[in-house]
Unconditional design. Structure first.
Length: 393
């Protein structure tokens, strides 16, 4: 598209078709004092059921970090969901919501010894690790616990990759399993994460292939491999088509069967794919300006930015979709920025966003598919701005 070209779209109609009627009606009939994420909990539950159906017989351990709203967690507990917790705080949240200790895995590979002690005392028995030092902590504070070793993913095609930081290389996994066994732990399997927002099931192939080789080696050595944790990565719609949860889940499980055969306990840890499209942020335009009269792109400043919930715009990785109360006329390219007093708080500049030419300060903006990884990324008060508000409907 030519920058600055006149384009007329009916974006509101398009975005309305992407969010639930309940969300749409709520947003149309409410004013918000500050940026607010409205979460349709029923929609998240529908997504849970769709993922559970697509991924069956795998067990869903919802990645609590994606959105830890207590109302959502309680509903998921009641629906039979299990949980992947990253910290003592998330474990406490799940237990308080009624989850059993058996339904919670402590999936962070970097844990505080005191949190391991705390979790163990509450009956948590399934832990992740990717290093001997972490296994030492577990052996000391959770002797006999079941542990899965996380594999470092080399070839992620995800929009938000989780490679590098977590996992041990394939060549080290067997050594870690032996180490775990020698230190009184119960090494039950492996885990990996294909990377968040992996748009198509077919993109899982290289990772599954690598994980399957490690799995086969471990079995050949006599390890009783019972747990295969396929992590998250299930996508949400950010403007590029993605497969629906049931079809995507079937696609992934067909591949899991192809590469691994029958596995006693497959666990999947969806976060984004379960909750993203259940949430919409309502925000406000604070300023529209042009730095120089000759500039093609305007700068549009919102009352929400990188430090108030939209951290995943880092490197423009996650491309949120917007609609505004000024939609319906000519559109033009905009650099989109948040409100805080630093240059890092620019959301999209390399690939500008098309917004209405008529857009003015005070107009409302809906940011779609923001139910995941927004509320908890929001700072507590950077520059004196309140954290992102949440309303559950
Ligand atoms: C261990 C683990 N499991 C699951 C998830 C959820 O991933 P996604 O939101 O891509 O489904 C994450 C995300 O960071 C994670 O770290």
């Amino acid at each position: 598209m030519v920058a600055g070209a006149a384009v007329v779209t009916d974006r509101r109609a398009f975005t309305e078709s992407r969010i639930s009627e309940k969300l749409s009606a709520y947003l149309d009939t409410h004013d918000f004092d500050g940026p607010t994420m409205v979460l349709d909990v029923d929609r998240a539950l529908d997504n849970y059921r769709a993922l559970a159906a697509g991924l069956a017989p795998a067990h869903i351990h919802y990645a609590v970090k994606a959105n830890p709203e207590p109302q959502l967690i309680r509903r998921l507990v009641a629906a039979g969901c299990r949980f992947d917790a990253a910290s003592r705080g998330e474990i406490a949240l799940c237990l308080d919501a009624g989850a059993g200790a058996d339904d919670i895995s402590f999936g962070n590979t970097v844990k505080k010894p005191s949190d391991i002690v705390w979790a163990r005392a509450r009956g948590i028995d399934l832990f992740a690790a990717d290093a001997t030092e972490e296994l030492d902590k577990l052996a000391l504070h959770a002797p006999g616990a079941r542990v899965y070793i996380r594999l470092l993913v080399e070839h992620s095609e995800a929009d938000w990759p989780l490679s590098r930081k977590f996992g041990a290389p394939a060549t080290e996994i067997l050594g870690l399993m032996r180490y775990a066994r020698a230190h009184g732990l119960n090494p039950v399997g492996i885990s990996f994460h294909v990377g968040s927002q992996t748009r198509r099931a077919g993109m899982w192939k290289p990772v599954l292939s690598e994980a399957a080789s490690v799995w086969a080696e471990a079995r050949a050595e006599g390890f009783d491999m019972t747990v295969l944790n396929i992590g998250g990565g299930f996508p949400a719609f950010y403007g590029e088509e993605v497969e629906a949860p049931v079809a995507y889940g079937h696609g992934v499980m067909d591949l899991v069967r192809e590469y691994f055969g029958e596995v006693e306990y497959v666990m999947a840890e969806p976060g984004r794919g379960l909750v993203a499209d259940a949430g919409v942020i309502s925000a406000e335009v604070l300023l529209v300006s042009r730095k120089r009269p000759s500039d093609i792109a305007r700068w549009v400043y919102l009352d929400i930015g990188k430090f108030s919930g939209l951290a995943e715009t880092m490197d423009e990785a996650i491309r949120y979709q917007f609609d505004t109360t000024a939609d319906g006329g000519e559109m033009g390219p905009c650099v989109l920025a948040g409100p805080s007093c630093d240059s890092a708080d620019v959301l999209y500049e390399k690939r500008p966003v098309m917004l209405p030419v008529a857009l003015r300060a005070g107009d409302r903006v809906r940011i779609l598919c923001t139910g995941a990884y927004t509320t908890t990324y929001s700072s507590v008060g950077f520059n004196g701005f309140e954290p992102l508000h949440v309303v559950c409907i």
